[in-house]
Design a protein around this ligand. Sequence first.
Ligand code: MEV
Length: 304
Amino acid sequence: MSASIGLGKIILLGEHAVVYGYPALAAALDRGVAVGAVPTPAGGTLRVEIAAWDLKVSVTDEHPVAQAMVALADELGLGRPSITLVGDAQIPPGAGLGSSAALAVAAARALLVRTRGKADPASVARAASASEHVMHGRASGIDVALALGGGIGVFRKSTGLRSFACSALRVLVGPSGASRSTAAMVERVAHETQSRVDDARLRELGGLTDTGAEALVAGALPDLGAAMDRAHAILADLGVSTGQLDELCSTARAAGAYGAKLTGAGGGGAVIAIAPREHEAAILSAWKRAGVTGFVTVVGGGAA
Ligand code: MEV
């Protein structure tokens, strides 16, 4: 059984504003979800099993993942095939790291390969978007674009992901362990901004993406860090940070980070930091003392 992959992601700048059409700077992780398709015993219906997430659902269950898989199978025109999607995950669920899009992309690829012999990217993207709509409501599509295509780039709803080449960037990721709902956080921002695209905070977040992307390409990491710090403050003002996320960011800065912020929807989930290499161990130790086991991921570094 060969596995189909969907990658996790981090958003360096621009989450939430991206839902309103502003750009976001984001990168695929070097890890995600791998899924293989096997026959469901005794002709049973479509199922998903991800041991690392303690997840075992059938599409007939009352479960968000079951509903998402129904939308995905419907979009692919597959009905309810007698297939079990058996997966292995290297990212935690509900942590702002794109786990649901990674699963959706891997599942769509595995189903298409099993039933039609090949998985074309356009069908996978449509099916994964249908699944994400069920999971998150008003999603921008950024998670699916990265889960599917990998790389690093600037994403806009209107143009999709524009990848670019840059030197490899080491990013510290701290999953807080607190779960949250992306849909609820997107609704919170809608309430806070009254869904006004010209809200000054959303506009500033979009501008920080441009500043940060230029800094990244120029290798000016202190400037990228400063943009991340400012983005975190705006996201906190929009009501999507938590005391724990603020604390993890402050801890990282005090231990020598260029900058730190929440990543993804917020309300829990993960923080990210960039730092001079010699300060990485101190940041990870400080997070550990705060009860968070972080890791370093390397993004970018390849051709666009
Ligand atoms: C979720 O990874 C990022 C948000 O901007 C929602 C989205 O873009 O779909 C909060």
